[in-house]
Design a protein around this ligand. Structure first.
Ligand SMILES: *Cc1c(COP(=O)(O)O)cnc(C)c1O
Length: 402
């Protein structure tokens, strides 16, 4: 892979015809080390946010040992890329064959579920295995998050009691998990969810060994500036300590977005300007699904030799396919003199960017280049002057527990 000093240097010297994913390994490393050092428990990476093997390797090298996988293809991918990694199959509705393969061929021992049907399926597929960690997923509110995950999965408060009791019987280790929705804009989202967890445990009177607070940790986007992640960690830790659970209970989280949003951005070329609409060479069927379908605003930057002195103006984008839906409303703020042939960097696309790319209409190619300048925004600046010999918090806990 080609390595370049900066996005600007790459754009101006190579003038690529195809969109280029610009990856920043140092940004992913920094995010991973932040979670490994500061989250008061175990951080497992939610692979769906960005399943690139390069990224998986970077996270592994930075101390992320556990991976939240949701399909048999993700199980196989991580098992092949990182043979020593621990995989947790956290999709509450799985194919029985997928559970069987995960358990018997890839050593997966942790599964999530939100129904008695799924519990029976897991018990059957693993032939009544005695070494399972089973996490019951509770439905919690997504009200404080930008992207809801509240309707599809999770058992209700009334279903939780029977399901927790039945799962306790089948599990070697019983967990409770939830997901507050993606891009949670307040730590209160976790505090509220933990209250639901507390009620469910009291109701069911079961011994719980794992509390998994899921994903939802935010990144930085225009008009979405969350509090520092340390606040989230503190809120979660406090709520965890208050739960009526076993002394040796473990705390887990499953960050996707927060671990990889800063890892990559996208370099696109303007093919045409029509008023304040820019026709660019990637879009809704490429890495900009969220920009098109969720109206997500990503930061943008004009990459031109000699900065533009024009005032700023608000643009919308059209992607390259022939489809009207291939439209990103933005607004994206750029200098008023943008024209065809200009290059634009669209930032913070490491999470749910390349992962969503399709080949629709012949526009699926993806070039990748490495750059070592800073991402367009970071939640992790200055937070980490860590010597490589610093002992990890989870290591300390593990030693204490022995
Ligand atoms: C998508 C997902 C995650 C990651 O969510 P982010 O908002 O990207 O942190 C974690 N856990 C589960 C079960 C998920 O479905």
């Amino acid at each position: 892979m080609h390595k370049h000093h900066s996005a600007l240097g790459l754009a101006t010297t190579l003038r690529p015809v195809q969109p280029v994913t610009l990856i920043r390994p140092h940004a992913a490393r920094r995010a991973a080390r932040f979670f490994v050092e500061k989250f008061p428990g175990r951080s497992m990476y939610a692979v769906k946010a960005n399943p690139s093997p390069d990224l998986l390797q970077i996270l592994w090298d930075s101390g992320i040992t556990h991976y939240d996988v949701a399909s048999i293809a993700e199980v196989r991918l991580v098992a092949k890329t990182l043979p020593a990694a621990t995989l947790c199959f956290m999709h509450p509705v799985k194919a029985e064959e997928a559970i069987e393969e995960a358990y018997f061929q890839h050593g997966v021992r942790t599964f999530s579920l939100d129904s008695l049907d799924e519990l029976e399926k897991i018990v059957r597929a693993t032939r009544e295995a005695q070494d399972l960690t089973l996490c019951v997923r509770l439905r919690v509110s997504s009200d404080l998050s930008k992207l809801s995950l509240a309707s599809k999965f999770g058992c209700s408060a009334t279903e939780a009691k029977a399901l927790l009791q039945a799962t306790r019987q089948a599990a070697d280790s019983l967990g409770i998990c939830f997901h507050v929705g993606s891009q949670a804009m307040s730590p209160d989202a976790y505090a509220q969810a933990m209250e639901r967890v507390r009620l469910a445990i009291v109701e069911a009177s079961v011994l719980v060994d794992v509390i998994d607070v899921g994903g939802g940790f935010p990144s930085l986007y225009p008009d979405m500036e969350p509090p520092a992640l340390e606040h989230y960690f503190r809120t979660i830790h406090r709520a965890f300590e208050d739960l009526p659970i076993s002394y040796s209970a473990e705390l887990w989280c499953e960050p996707g977005r927060a671990l990889c949003a800063e890892y990559s951005s996208l370099l696109v070329r303007v093919e045409r300007r029509r008023g304040d609409e820019l026709y660019i060479n990637d879009g809704a069927y490429g890495a900009l699904f969220d920009a098109a379908h969720l109206g997500w605003r990503f930061p943008v930057k004009l990459l031109r030799e000699g900065a533009s002195k024009a005032e700023e103006t608000e643009y919308s984008f059209y992607g390259p396919t022939c489809d009207d839906l291939d439209h990103m409303a933005g607004p994206f703020v750029l200098p008023a003199d943008v024209q065809a042939g200009d290059y634009i960097e669209i930032g913070m696309l490491g999470a749910y960017g390349s992962a969503m790319r399709t080949a629709f209409n012949g526009f699926g190619t993806e070039q990748v280049a490495m750059v070592d300048d800073e991402p367009m925004a970071t939640l992790y600046s200055g937070a980490l002057e860590l010597a490589s010999n610093v002992v990890r918090l989870d290591e300390v806990r593990r030693r204490l527990r022995r």
